[in-house]
Design a protein around this ligand. Structure first.
Ligand code: F3S
Length: 69
């Protein structure tokens, strides 16, 4: 059984590297300063779990957490 995941960006850690959005544009969007936040409430649609994990692993600031929704 696939657990529902949620992506969370810590705004205090994000430095605008943009890797998250490049990897998973359906999960992350950027504000006018180039800082990321989750799309909607961060719930990861079925099939995008690997992208969420990849974004988490590729943020140089460790600003992204993937948690169980
Ligand atoms: Fe910020 Fe990391 Fe994305 S620094 S823009 S959360 S890759």
């Amino acid at each position: 059984e696939q657990k529902v995941l949620q992506v969370v960006v810590d705004p205090a850690l994000c430095q605008g590297h943009n890797r998250c959005k490049a990897i998973a544009p359906k999960l992350f969007e950027l504000d006018e300063f180039g800082h990321a936040h989750a799309v909607g409430d961060g719930t990861v649609p079925a099939g995008l779990e690997d992208k969420a994990r990849l974004a988490e692993a590729n943020c140089p600031e460790f600003a992204i957490k993937v948690v169980q929704a």
